[in-house]
Design a protein around this ligand. Structure first.
Ligand code: PHE
Length: 367
């Protein structure tokens, strides 16, 4: 999608740069031979098998949603950081690029669905490193229970839903990772209570697999399901794919390089990615006096706007405040292509442009 299709020209409330627009509609999760599509289908298989096809699947819902859908409908407080222009891409004051698939819970409930899975691309302004990219993919699961479901269990609705949620997701984790050790960690989401994270012990470390919980009553009530209870979960497909397929850098998911794409095929979860030779990174440091409005997310947007996927990491390596109260940051930018060696000349050109744009757009004083 091109920005001209959706952006009102010169709309001051639009903070979506062109490289982000160009990702809309690519739908990596709908390609059966792509790691994200393979993982999605493997999760579908688990739900089809255990719930005899009861879960309705949606993987083509438009990522442009209203502020109401993305935040209000799922009870995100008015002052929550995720609503800020620093964290979320706004197309205009009422429209965002969804920052989570939870944005679709309410409408699907209102449409009468009681069991559903929503897969899609989600968008977040963030810092840059090997596991963060401003576009990634999530799958949302949602299941509604009516009083008949839990009346004979001796539990109340919430306890019943929480128990079913944990059993279902432990089964999913075993389906994906085999016989792994797991633990539940209490957490907070605005739309669920209680809320949990599932972690698995994998390759010598605890790995967060997903967030989930028992849906807040208010969401059910507002969308035609008074007296019901429900559970919901959301998981990041890149995060899980990176460990299942041994994919070392999140930018690779977007690569059209045959040496990447040819390594994956339909139905084959967990085939280990064999890196083609890794090209050397090139590091460039830059220091400047920050101002009040400075944020790392804004810096990263500028760098990505110039270097695109050639930027691997932007890292704060020094931070001090002088006697006059001025604060200096030094960032180290790692440039690296996964496909070829970069020349000194092109890196120097990029770094020069980065310095100019950082100075002009972020109004900071280079040192
Ligand atoms: N939307 C949450 C996120 O993006 C994940 C989530 C979904 C948590 C559903 C609980 C229930 O982090």
């Amino acid at each position: 999608m091109a920005s001209v299709d959706v952006v009102k020209e010169e709309d001051p409330t639009n903070n979506v740069p062109d490289p982000i627009y160009s990702k809309i509609g690519l739908q990596l999760h709908r390609s059966g031979n792509h790691p994200l599509g393979i993982l999605k289908n493997t999760i579908y298989d688990y739900f089809d098998k255990n719930f005899s096809g009861k879960f309705n699947k949606f993987d083509d819902l438009c990522p442009l949603v209203s502020v109401k859908q993305n935040f209000d409908d799922v009870l995100v407080p008015a002052d929550h950081v995720s609503r800020s222009y620093n964290d979320t891409y706004y197309v205009d004051a009422q429209t965002v690029l969804r920052c989570h698939t939870s944005a679709h819970q309410a409408e699907l409930l209102r449409d009468g669905h009681t069991h559903f899975l929503v897969t899609g691309d989600v968008y977040r302004r963030d810092s840059i490193d090997s596991t963060h990219y401003p576009v990634f993919h999530q799958m949302e699961g949602f299941r509604v229970f009516s009083p008949d479901d839990w009346s004979d269990s001796g539990m109340d609705g919430t306890a019943y839903a929480a128990a079913d949620l944990k059993k279902t997701l432990e089964g999913l984790a075993r389906h994906l990772f085999g016989a792994v050790e797991m633990r539940w960690v209490d957490t907070y989401f605005p739309f669920t209570n209680p809320s949990f994270e599932l972690e698995i012990y994998f390759q010598d470390d605890w790995l967060e697999v997903l967030g989930c919980g028992v849906t807040e009553q208010e969401i059910l009530k507002s969308n035609g399901r008074t007296d019901h209870v429900a559970w919901a979960f959301g998981l990041g497909l890149e995060r899980l794919s990176m460990v299942l397929f041994d994919i070392p850098d999140i930018r690779l998911f977007w690569s059209n390089d045959q040496r990447f794409t040819s390594q994956f095929s339909e139905g084959k979860l967990g085939v280990k990615f064999k890196p083609f030779s890794k090209f050397p990174p090139c590091y460039k440091d830059m220091s400047f006096w920050i101002n009040e409005e400075f944020t790392e997310n804004n810096l990263c947007e500028v760098v990505r706007g110039i270097a695109g996927d050639l930027v691997e990491e932007v890292k704060l390596i020094d931070n001090f405040t002088n006697k006059k109260g001025m604060t200096s940051h030094c960032y180290r930018i790692a440039y690296r292509s996964m496909e070829r060696s970069l020349t000194d000349e092109e890196i120097n050109d990029m770094q020069w442009n980065v310095r100019e744009e950082v100075k002009n757009k972020l109004k900071v004083e280079l040192r």
